[in-house]
Ligand binder design. Structure first.
Ligand code: BGC
Length: 727
């Protein structure tokens, strides 16, 4: 039971939501959970990872490939389509253990009942393959027309991106290639069909598609079955995508659906044997946590170079398909503990995009590396200066996410350092990791402002994690992370001591000698807001406590339009203490060893009622700190909110007319963190794995594995304590 995510009934009003919920993927593409017969109005998408394009003046977004699954069944000339036909029964599900999408529909129409059963998977062993098995059975002997092929007229938020379609057909294989407008990427999809029935076949082309039509008389009670072996290649992968796609589609077809499914199942069984977290005593939490892990595993960039995970995963083009700090701060821990090779790919993306970060720093007049707030393929920042549209005037509003959210560079440095510590691989530092960290530290050095009257460096005019307060001074989180970056830059240089030639060359290349001296001074004098002696509270930024102290509900009641933006210059939260998401609490969570329990408790209690949790990144952090201060019952509702965000679909879907929905990988990673690092209290320090469980009262046991260097550790915890042993 706890491996199945299932929905019964037609529920057409949830079509878009189910597109996210029933997503399949393999890191190279994500395929939304839409029905085979849907066209672009229902937002089906085969969303490609790390390949972007721009249409006109709209923002750049990832490309959706032509839809190779497209299939429409006509019975006596009538389309049997979930949108328009009555159904006696309909079920859609994801079997998470096998990463399979399954659909069962019993249509009722003038020709009697028609049963459709389909199954699809994004191959876990060959990232270019999407496989489908489809069968149908009719109550009465009737004329059938089956149309199946590749629909290139795809859904886009800011598209269309594909032009100059070219069609290919040979035997049972169809192919469709198109070229993207801005970058001139070629995207090719090939599809080979195998049927267990025969009929009159015709291939037809539309401007943006190629299809087969098969007509025959279907006998009452007989099940007809076909499979589609779909291959997707782009010119970013190979010089001749059509050749590769046709070949891959052919050989997949020859191998057969069942054989490929078996390989896929074995691969997924293997993945789950490492990644699963078992919870005894709470089926709902178990399902939600597994689903979060499933989501992370279907979007993980494996065997790929220089791609990372966008903020909405591979569920579509929202958030420009861009990579945010979400990856390092919220998703990386899961991969570091269960799939270090994937964690290294994520880091590699930042190493490869260092030049983009350098260019951004230079653009603003700084030195070092200022990473993109919304990073695309070469590290360019997709975040616009006007990232929000005002609901009243419909005019773009000046926002400062791009220019002022400087904590992004610290997140990158933090991620690399965490990865180095977990893997112990010096090569990671020597192959670019050290350079990134040093350049991030240099950025903070050049950004910092020395205040002679206070004899300290400050970080002024920034935005912390709480985006509702723009252009603040000395955001505690940002200052602490900048100080930490300088710290790890020093540690990196220490690590390189045993490789003096490399170290000397790096320092010379970066002209870093003088920087080292300056960083030493800055480390001594960089201001990091501390807990107040009396109250124990850390002020989120200079002057925060002087802002109006009110409640989230009061601020909400001041909205004139429910879609109004809370932040920015005139937002309802801007002059109040109401914050969007965990900020000081995130700082205390990351550096929990450095602060007294009482300080953590007081800040949790102060900031929580003032937090709107307007970002899905927020609740998991409150859960983590609550566990740390020994209060799992406080943590539990935040954990559940995080773990079930993509199951309930309770997140904003539209901003004005713009679709902003999708999956929430940072929350998915946050759910894993809250469970393993929070409730189980997993700690890895100096090569030792230990636990300090704080289970919610109705949880009896948790079981999971973690990887540290080459070793796999089994962990089992109960309320009384825990056991850790090597495999
Ligand atoms: C949050 C950011 C986050 C972004 C992408 C925003 O709503 O405030 O912290 O990086 O969403 O998930």
């Amino acid at each position: 039971m706890s491996w199945l995510i299932s929905e019964e009934g037609r529920q057409l009003e949830k079509t878009i939501d189910f597109g996210n919920k029933f997503l399949i993927g393999n890191g190279y593409f994500g395929y939304r959970g839409t029905m085979e017969e849907y066209d672009k109005s229902e937002l089906p998408a085969c969303n490609l990872s790390g390949i972007y394009d721009q249409q006109g003046a709209s923002w750049r977004e990832p490309i959706n490939a032509p839809n190779g699954l497209y299939t429409q069944l006509f019975v006596d000339g009538d389309p049997y389509d979930l949108r328009t036909k009555e159904v006696c029964a309909h079920q859609q599900q994801i079997d998470m253990h096998q990463a399979l999408h399954q659909r069962r529909t019993v249509f009722s129409g003038k020709s009697g009942e028609v049963r459709v059963v389909s199954e699809r998977f994004a191959s876990g062993t060959d990232k270019h393959l999407l496989l489908m098995s489809y069968s149908f059975c009719l109550e009465n002997t009737t004329n059938i027309r089956l149309v199946t092929g590749i629909d290139g007229d795809v859904w886009d938020i800011n598209g269309p991106h594909l032009f100059e379609y070219s069609h290919y057909s040979e035997g049972q294989t169809l192919g469709l290639s198109a070229i993207s407008g801005e970058m001139k990427h070629t995207i090719t999809v090939a599809d080979t069909l195998t049927t267990d029935f025969e009929g009159t076949q015709r291939i037809f082309e539309t401007e943006k598609g190629i299809f087969r039509q098969i007509e025959f008389v279907a006998q009452a009670g007989q099940t007809y079955h076909f499979t589609k072996s779909i291959a997707i290649y782009t010119s970013q992968d190979v010089a001749e995508p059509l050749k590769y796609a046709v070949k891959a589609s052919h050989s997949a077809n020859q191998k057969g659906y069942q054989a490929l499914k078996k390989e896929h199942q074995q691969e997924w069984a293997q993945r789950w044997s490492m990644a699963d977290v078992e919870i005894e005593g709470d089926d709902e939490a178990q399902l939600a946590l597994r689903y979060s892990i499933y989501q992370l595993m279907i979007i993980a960039p494996r065997n790929s170079q220089a791609t990372s995970i966008p903020a909405r995963g591979l569920s579509g083009q929202t958030y420009k398909g861009a990579v945010f700090w979400d990856t390092e701060m919220f998703m990386l821990p899961f991969f570091l503990h269960t799939e270090p090779e994937t964690a290294k790919n994520l880091i590699d993306y930042r190493i490869k995009t260092l030049d983009g970060a350098r260019a951004k720093a230079a653009e603003y007049g700084f030195r070092g590396a200022f990473y993109a707030w919304e990073s695309q393929e070469n590290g360019q920042d997709a975040c616009s200066d006007y990232n929000v549209t005002d609901v009243f005037t419909q005019r773009p509003m000046r926002t400062y996410f791009r220019d002022k959210q400087i904590h992004i560079s610290a997140a990158v440095a933090y991620g690399i350092w965490e990865t180095f510590q977990m893997t112990g691989e010096l090569a990671l530092l020597m192959n670019g990791g050290a350079e990134v960290i040093l350049e991030c530290a240099r950025f903070y050095n050049s950004y910092a402002y020395y205040r002679p009257e206070k004899e300290r460096f400050e970080l002024i005019d920034v935005i912390g994690p709480d985006e509702y307060h723009e252009r603040v001074y000395n955001n505690a989180y940002t200052n602490k992370m900048a100080a930490y970056t300088i710290n790890i830059a020093e540690k990196v240089l220490e690590q390189l001591e045993d490789s003096p030639t490399y170290k000397a060359a790096l320092i010379e290349k970066l002209a870093y000698e003088q920087e080292i001296e300056q960083l030493r001074n800055m480390k001594k004098a960089l201001y990091v807001p501390q807990p107040d002696d009396q109250t124990g509270l850390i002020e989120q930024f200079d002057g925060y406590f002087k802002l109006e102290d009110t409640t989230v509900d009061t601020v909400r009641s001041r909205l004139i339009d429910p879609k109004e933006y809370w932040g920015g210059a005139y937002g309802v939260a801007a002059d109040t203490q109401i914050l969007k998401q965990a900020d000081v609490v995130l700082l205390l969570t990351l550096f929990k060893e450095e602060y007294a329990k009482e300080v953590k408790r007081k800040n949790w209690q102060y900031y929580e009622p003032r937090t709107e949790h307007g970002s899905s990144l927020s609740p998991c952090i409150y859960a983590l700190l609550a566990c740390d201060i020994g209060d799992p019952e406080w943590a539990y509702p935040y954990f559940m909110k995080t773990a079930s965000v993509d199951l309930t679909g309770e997140s904003k879907q539209f901003a004005g007319t713009i679709y902003i929905g999708g999956t929430h990988p940072a929350a998915n990673g946050g759910a894993w963190m809250a469970a393993v690092l929070g409730f189980a209290g997993l700690k890895i320090s100096e090569g030792r794995v230990s636990v300090n469980p704080k289970l919610p009262k109705h949880w009896q046991k948790m079981r999971f594995k973690v990887q540290l260097k080459e070793e796999i550790y089994h962990v089992e915890v109960t309320k009384e304590g825990g056991k850790v042993w090597k495999q």
